[in-house]
Design a protein around this ligand. Structure first.
Ligand code: GDP
Length: 199
């Protein structure tokens, strides 16, 4: 399925632009620069399907990609968050858009929350996890860029992440450990996506 057709469907800067909820959705969220575009591209075996915005924190849109033709499910690229220089108004708009999407989307099966393995879970990550808890949307943590750290550091980040996850109710009790660069953990992540689609 991941090497078959995957096509950009549409961008939704506001809720009224969401596509009809005809198939299950799996969304990807994370701080700006976490490696979200790279990971989505690795997942679907493409080079530039998902594109990083040039100005971090600028793109306040949900991007929808159809997987399969006809679509079996959709990948949703959520706008990056936590960009330090983002204007207050932009952050507020992000909050409204994400909250409305999470609360109103019955076809949303799971959110994959990406965490840079060099930094671990930060306060802004707890914020989105709280939004997911409140919306009762299940989510799974994906550590990114693990080629950049040593195995021992990775173990420490994994342990710290699991500890921090216990504060949250809708968190899925497993981590995905990935490197888009080295294509590490991608096959497992595909399995996790398909499992979520079928849930
Ligand atoms: P986004 O803003 O979350 O979509 O992040 P991008 O996918 O654009 O990645 C941000 C930066 O991190 C880029 O310079 C990527 O080349 C780099 N990057 C992304 N994934 C990896 C990875 O797995 N390993 C390494 N070493 N770099 C990565």
């Amino acid at each position: 399925i991941f090497s078959g057709p995957v096509t950009f469907l549409k961008s939704a800067p506001k809720l009224e632009f969401l596509p009809d909820p005809t198939v299950p959705e799996i969304a990807f969220a994370g701080r700006s620069n976490v490696g979200k575009s790279s990971l989505i591209n690795a997942l679907v075996n493409r080079n530039n399907l998902a594109r990083a915005s040039n100005t971090p924190g600028r793109t306040q849109e949900l991007n929808f990609f159809d997987v399969g033709d006809p679509a079996l499910f959709r990948i949703v690229d959520m706008p990056g968050y936590g960009y330090a220089k983002a204007p207050v108004k932009t952050v507020q708009q992000w909050r409204y858009l994400i909250n409305d999407y999470l609360r109103g989307r019955a076809v949303l099966k799971r959110v994959f929350v990406l965490i840079d393995s060099r930094h671990g879970i930060k306060e802004v990550d707890h914020e989105i996890m709280k939004m997911l808890d409140n919306a009762a949307i299940s989510y799974r943590i994906v550590l990114t860029k693990t080629d950049k750290i040593k195995a021992t550091e990775r173990e420490a980040v994994e342990a710290d992440t699991m500890t921090k996850l216990r504060k949250h109710v809708a968190a899925y009790p497993e981590l995905s450990v990935t490197s888009a660069e080295k294509k590490g953990g991608i096959e497992d992540l595909r399995g996790a996506v398909l499992e979520a689609v079928a849930s």
